[in-house]
Design a protein around this ligand. Structure first.
Ligand SMILES: Cc1cc2nc3c(=O)[nH]c(=O)nc-3n(C[C@H](O)[C@H](O)[C@H](O)COP(=O)(O)OP(=O)(O)OC[C@H]3O[C@@H](n4cnc5c(N)ncnc54)[C@H](O)[C@@H]3O)c2cc1C
Length: 622
């Protein structure tokens, strides 16, 4: 069967693999191959189950190494608890003034902040509370960027699908996959279980652990519509109304975490209830959990509408499911203990760092237990391999660990680091026909470093990150257009004020663009001086990356031979990467000044293009 028959139904640059529900970038090189035995059986190198905090990173890493990679996700988007669960404040990439986790997770977190035009906090400041080091991100934006990175890495994505049956073979696994309208088999060399509850390990009868009691989950919700002046005047009254509602059963324990009536009013993260018994391990328990979460929210909303200043209360943002903190953990070759974690123990096979206080939530809320200054816990490979298993790894919160160690090691940055480390191990194992536990640790670490991950011993000074380079008041040389077209990079312009360099949205010109960080309005300008060797008519285009956060009134002035044309450019829109400022007759020289005076929103300057128009070309030919 040739490639054309193999692919069908192209939409927006993606294609579907015939006879399966796998979708990938149409020009991907690392596609699953159809087996000779059956048209419904596909051969791949690595299967990742679950596209949450750990799983999407694992899939991207495997794809970037050229492995034929399939990612099965039972929900509709990537990110899991980070996005679908609404816990969009991943932590922690930094501790004690150092960066301990980098790589793909950090790349995407940083990118989502850059697209959102939100500078990162200064991580070099040590000893603030752990909450300071979380990175607030826009969860929905993050899911887009994660998906783009997966597709770019050639990963085959399958939403609404999950493994129905998994059978061990001589060289790996045969996995029966089902989803609405699809049913096929994947033959893979390695499985990485990133389901958050070690679901595949459970299907295979591998030993799993779970506490008698589980930490409560949270159904993330942000309320709106309060008259805060009235709320603030009636604080005492509201708290006693809350206590009364609890007594009468109109509210229940857990509708806020610790009995504080103001938590749901003030929470901007949405993390403001405790859903006891939350359990994401099966469709049935997740359904029960969601119902409990939604009932809690409705109870709270009804109550909030009765308080002074809450008459117009409503829901601003509510996630589609309740997020679980704890389900199953594997029993690995090693079980990470709370002492291992709090002492910052390094194992021979440690693959990445982790950092968080011990953070066990219970019926009374949570009291995080801080680690001693300078402690950097680590996660060894032996906690990511179920005991006695072959060709199988686990990444994410279901790592092999005791409950207390898990309450810290489960955090998102660590899950991302585990995802990347397991993927490197699984791809090397697949290439070398080995099981993950036998892959040379030095090779794994070398590959991780190649992909910008931090390995043990490689802590980076947080000072090096994440500040964008600044361009302050730089002089510039006059640019000369001698042919038909000239591209002038913004970073070469004469800069006044403080501009920041960025490369997040792909620059059209050069490797960076400049932005004003939405600050110091009226103080920043960029001047482009351009000489043309051939007098004539030129089209001038201003390049920038458009976005709704940009200014819609960026002043541009074009001076030619003493005549000045003033324009305002709406950077919320663009045409093919920018805006054509017009066509101008230039005899000798043009001066273009772009400033941030009286703008609201980010001002972005990637560069300028000067192009001869047909008229000029005709003149030149004569
Ligand atoms: C309320 C709450 C607050 C938290 N606060 C923080 C915090 O402040 N900072 C922090 O860093 N961490 C926090 N955490 C912890 C952290 O968010 C999670 O531990 C982490 O995101 C788990 O990542 P994971 O990849 O293991 O699982 P998940 O992100 O849950 O991903 C699992 C994915 O697998 C999919 N899946 C499951 N089963 C299957 C299947 N059979 N087939 C296909 N797909 C499947 C799921 O749909 C999901 O997308 C919090 C967690 C919760 C619940």
């Amino acid at each position: 069967m040739d490639r054309r028959q193999f692919l069908k139904s192209k939409i927006a640059g993606t294609a579907i693999l015939a006879s399966s529900g796998l979708v990938f970038k149409a020009d991907a090189q690392n596609l699953p191959t159809q087996s000779e035995e059956s048209p419904d059986m596909l051969d791949v190198d690595v299967l990742v189950v679950g596209g949450g905090s750990a799983g999407h990173v694992a899939a991207i890493q495997a794809g970037r190494m050229g492995a034929k990679t399939v990612l099965l996700e039972r929900n509709s988007q990537l990110g899991g608890t980070t996005t679908t669960g609404g816990v969009c404040f991943p932590g922690l990439f930094h501790a004690w003034g150092k960066q301990l986790i980098s790589g793909i997770g950090w790349e995407l977190v940083k990118k989502s902040r850059e697209v959102d035009c939100k500078p990162l906090q200064d991580f070099s400041v040590a000893n603030k509370g752990h909450v300071y080091y979380h990175v607030d991100i826009n969860g929905q934006l993050y899911s887009l960027l994660a998906e783009e990175a997966c597709l770019d890495a050639g990963v085959s994505l399958a939403y609404y699908q999950f493994p129905e049956k998994v059978t061990e073979t001589a060289n790996g696994w045969l996995v029966d996959v089902v989803g609405q309208g699809v049913r096929y088999q994947l033959r893979c060399k390695q499985i990485i279980d990133c389901s958050g509850g070690a679901t595949v390990a459970g299907m295979l009868g591998m030993e799993r652990m779970r506490g008698e009691e589980r930490q409560p989950g949270t159904h993330s919700v942000i309320y709106k519509g309060f008259d805060m002046a009235v709320v603030n005047k009636n604080k005492k009254k509201i708290q006693s109304m809350y206590n009364q509602a609890l007594k009468e059963g109109r509210l229940q324990k857990g509708d806020t975490w610790g009995g504080n009536a103001f938590q749901p009013i003030q929470s901007r993260s949405g993390n403001c209830n405790h859903i006891f018994g939350a359990d994401s391990s099966t469709a049935a328990t997740q359904t029960q959990t969601n119902l409990a979460g939604r009932k809690s929210i409705l109870r709270m909303l009804k109550f909030l509408k009765t308080i002074p200043g809450g008459e117009k209360a409503s829901i601003d943002r509510m996630m589609t499911e309740t997020a679980s903190r704890e389900t199953y953990r594997i029993k690995g070759e090693r079980v990470l203990t709370v002492n291992d974690y709090t002492s910052g123990r390094t194992f021979k096979d440690s693959l990445c760092y982790s950092f968080y206080p011990i953070d066990l939530h219970d019926k009374n809320g949570v009291k995080p237990r801080k680690l001693k200054p300078g402690t950097f816990p680590t996660i060894p490979r032996s906690c990511l391999i179920p005991k006695g298993s072959k060709n199988f790894m686990v990444a994410g919160r279901s790592l092999s660990s005791d409950r207390l160690a898990n309450s810290a090691a489960r955090v998102q940055a660590t899950c991302m680091a585990m995802g990347q480390a397991t993927a490197v191990t699984a791809v090397l194992a697949a290439r070398q026909s080995k099981t993950p536990g036998d892959v040379d640790l030095a090779e794994i670490r070398a590959e991780l470093i190649k992909h910008n991950a931090i390995v043990i011993g490689g802590l980076k000074s947080a000072k090096a990150e994440p500040k964008e380079a600044k361009v302050e008041s730089q002089e510039a040389k006059t640019q000369v257009l001698s042919g038909d077209r000239l591209l002038v990079d913004a970073v070469t312009a004469h800069a006044i004020g403080s501009w920041q360099k960025s490369s997040n949205s792909k620059p059209a010109i050069g490797s960076n663009y400049l932005h004003d960080n939405n600050q110091a309005k009226g103080e920043n300008s960029l001047t482009f001086d351009i000489k043309v060797e051939n007098p004539g008519r030129y089209a001038i285009k201003f390049f920038y990356s458009a976005h709704e956060t940009r200014a819609n009134n960026v002043p541009v002035s074009i001076s030619i031979g003493g005549q000045v044309t003033e324009l305002k450019v709406n950077q919320q829109k663009s045409d093919d990467g920018g805006f054509v400022l017009g066509q101008f007759d230039i005899q000798d020289q043009v001066k273009i000044v772009i400033s941030n005076a009286n703008t609201s929103g980010f001002v972005i300057v990637d560069g300028l293009e000067l192009k001869t128009t047909k008229t000029t070309k005709a003149k030149l030919k004569i």
